[in-house]
Design a protein. Structure first.
Length: 161
């Protein structure tokens, strides 16, 4: 039955996507949402916020000792961020490919970074890099009640079930 199929865990993977302050400033929010929508992923959470130092320190915990860390935190706090949760089959892996290489000058055309940015320090967008990290990041940026479960009616068009 369609209802149970669409609820299967393999179609319920989630990732955190964030349009960084440069992406918001450059009016790229709609463009980025459009790419994820057209791909077939399902938007289950979205908000605009001024990220606090606390959330950013947690989010970039692993990069704390990097020389660029202070500049990275200043960049991420320089304006609002649009945080989103997208859901679908292999969304973590697929969204990393849609986002492109960290260093924008290495990012392939057709990717968000490869189409809209030229430097590693202003690379427009964040995407979780693994399912485990995605779960942690979603918990950091969103309250459970902000994530909306909804059934897609085009499920058989997107997946072979
Ligand atoms: P990712 O965003 O592609 O996952 P990470 O290595 O996790 O890349 O780094 C997180 C963010 O830190 C990058 O998106 C970028 O904004 C910033 N960053 C990473 N490496 C550098 C660097 O060498 N110089 C300046 N900023 C960097
Ligand atoms: Mg990363």
């Amino acid at each position: 039955c369609l209802h149970y199929s669409s609820a299967a865990p393999e179609f319920r993977e989630r990732t955190l996507i964030a349009v960084k302050p440069d992406g918001v400033q450059r009016r790229l929010v709609g463009e980025i949402i459009g790419r994820f929508e057209r791909r077939g992923f399902k938007l289950v959470g979205i908000k605009i916020l001024q990220a606090s130092e606390g959330i950013l320190a947690n989010h970039y915990h692993d990069l704390q000792r990097k020389p660029f860390y202070p500049a990275l935190i200043r960049y991420m706090a320089s304006g609002p961020v649009v945080a989103m949760v997208w859901e679908g089959h292999n969304v973590v892996k697929s969204s990393r490919l849609m986002v492109g290489e960290t260093d924008s000058s290495q990012a392939k055309p057709g990717t968000v970074r490869g189409d809209f940015s030229i430097h590693i320090s202003r690379n427009i967008i964040h995407a979780s890099d693994s399912v485990e990290v995605a779960e942690k990041e979603i918990g950091l940026w969103f309250h459970g009640a902000e994530l909306i479960d909804w059934e897609t009616k085009d499920h058989t068009d997107l997946y072979n079930v």
